[in-house]
Design a protein around this ligand. Structure first.
Ligand SMILES: Cc1cc2nc3c(=O)[nH]c(=O)nc-3n(C[C@H](O)[C@H](O)[C@H](O)COP(=O)(O)OP(=O)(O)OC[C@H]3O[C@@H](n4cnc5c(N)ncnc54)[C@H](O)[C@@H]3O)c2cc1C
Length: 478
């Protein structure tokens, strides 16, 4: 069955000759890294085939139907400083569907107060860095005066770190924060509030290099860098439907439900890519699949230490979805302290819900809860929501369900940096992409897109082709 111009389901793979004037590239994996690679190669004039095992594009950032509700597998946000993902949105014609807030504004509710819930806000103003956060920090009610001053000093020290310094990769962020005078409360109420959501690890479990990357780029590079963006439509609308449309118009042949089983050098020195029942010949192959799958597909000798890929751990994210019969949350999102609830997002409009309100709780570092039965989570979280959002107390819960992503991100543990390979392998014509490769970023949509552009640049360079149309944000992988 053909879907759109060039997008097909498995079963009707066309004969794809290996060489042509532009050369033929096969991209394996239709997550954001693979879609980006395919677009970048096609934009540079190559003939491209994109192969995805599942029935849809988008990889870890997708949507599904639950009755009338369109549900995202997990709430995704990005920051204004995510220039690569924002380029991707532009490239697929989706930027207007995922706008960035005008100015960073995050409501933070503390439930651990004898006098009742207390609201604080993390906001920025128009002043230059680092003063843009000064006023908000000075008024932040969840820290003592001394803690606020100490956070300011630690932020300045962080600004002096080089995230790419290999020595930082081996250290943990928690110890660095403690050495820089950060109390347990400051870690909980500020550093982990941001770090858990962006790194998917608490400070003590996170590489200092990755943490420095996040905090320096997000909070200390440009006043607007941390303004938050999110899709006002289901993720599938962007990462599947619009991505397919862009791929089709770029002339990419996209095959879904097409799992690659092996990749090997053919007798002409090119590549053979095996899918059940067919073989595709290619001049370049990009493996844009998760690290374990990449390990299994890599031919012998392609990496010096392929077993390193298996040492890159994974970390889960749990999303808890609750549909109420009425509006219970007045802001698009908020985050909380003194409760297991982390971030709460209003999903009503994006999901197509016509009556009531649909909230999604995004629970990172969910190692202890990822396998809990729905009934247990319901019993734990509904009362917490009653504490957090008083209007839920009289409201009826129309639906409650969870989505579990056990390998949502790679674990950003100290030492992970030296395990992440660059785009090039030792096998000429074979490249790697994926949020887990050496982009310098944690496992994010930004990292996925950067890796895709980097892999395309490496492939085009090796084929002696112009990289003219490639965006300029990528750092070429070693
Ligand atoms: C619940 C959740 C919340 C998240 N929140 C955020 C967030 O707020 N902000 C943010 O920036 N990031 C977030 N992320 C991370 C982000 O989604 C990922 O980093 C990014 O989507 C990874 O893209 P990728 O292309 O590198 O990999 P993937 O999305 O894993 O894509 C790899 C693709 O390869 C396919 N594949 C595997 N093996 C084969 C094979 N043999 N043949 C063919 N195809 C194959 C897979 O089916 C998959 O589609 C979140 C992730 C999850 C799960």
């Amino acid at each position: 069955m053909t879907q759109g111009n060039g997008t097909r389901d498995r079963g009707v793979l066309a004969d794809v000759p290996a060489s042509g004037p532009g050369g033929h590239a096969v991209v394996v994996g239709g997550g954001l890294a693979g879609v980006t690679t395919a677009l970048a190669l096609a934009d540079a004039g190559m003939r491209v085939t994109l192969l995805e095992g599942r029935p849809r594009l988008g990889g870890l950032a997708f949507s599904f139907q639950r009755g009338d509700l369109t549900v995202d597998n997990g709430q995704h946000v990005f920051l204004r400083c995510c220039t690569a993902y924002r380029w991707f949105l532009d490239r697929i014609g989706g930027a207007a569907l995922a706008p960035v807030q005008e100015r960073l504004d995050v409501p933070v509710v503390d439930l651990d107060r004898a006098e009742g819930n207390r609201l604080g806000r993390l906001r920025r103003d128009a002043l230059p860095v680092p003063l843009h956060l000064g006023r908000s920090l000075a008024a932040y009610p969840h820290l003592s005066l001394a803690e606020r001053a100490s956070v300011g000093r630690a932020a300045l020290a962080l600004k002096g770190l080089d995230p790419a310094d290999p020595a930082l990769d081996g250290q943990d962020f928690g110890s660095w924060l403690a050495a820089h005078g950060q109390s347990a409360r400051a870690v909980e109420a500020l550093w982990d509030l941001v770090g858990v959501a962006t790194l998917n690890a608490v400070a003590g479990d996170a590489s200092l290099g990755l943490a420095a990357m996040v905090f320096k780029t997000g909070l200390l590079s440009d006043p607007g860098a941390a303004d938050i963006g999110w899709a006002r439509v289901p993720l599938g609308e962007l990462h599947d439907r619009l991505a397919r449309k862009a791929l089709d118009s770029a002339g990419v042949r996209t095959e879904v439900r097409t799992r690659v089983t092996s990749v090997s050098v053919n007798e002409n020195g090119g590549w053979s890519v095996q899918v059940p029942g067919e073989t595709l010949e290619a001049d370049a192959v990009v493996l844009a699949v998760p690290q374990r799958e990449a390990h299994d597909l890599l031919p012998e000798g392609a990496l010096d230490a392929p077993e390193d890929l298996l040492r890159i751990g994974t970390a889960p994210i749990l999303n808890i979805h609750v549909v109420y019969d009425r509006k219970v949350l007045a802001t698009p999102f908020l985050t909380a302290l003194g409760t297991p609830v982390q971030w709460v997002f209003d999903r009503t409009e994006a999901s197509g819900l016509k009556e009531g309100q649909y909230l999604a709780l995004s629970q990172s570092t969910a190692q202890n809860e990822i396998d809990e039965p729905v009934a247990v989570l319901r019993e734990r979280y509904l009362p917490e929501l009653e504490r957090l959002l008083p209007r839920t107390r009289g409201a009826e819960v129309k639906d409650f369900f969870v989505t579990r992503e056990r390998a949502a991100t790679f674990a950003p543990a100290p030492g992970v940096g030296r395990l992440r390979p660059g785009a090039r392998t030792k096998a000429p014509g074979l490249y790697l992409a994926g949020a887990w490769t050496a982009t310098g970023w944690p496992a994010t949509m930004e990292s996925a897109v950067r890796s895709g552009v980097g892999a395309a640049a490496a492939a085009l360079g090796a084929l002696g082709r112009s990289r003219g149309l490639l965006p300029d944000f990528f750092e070429e992988a070693a």
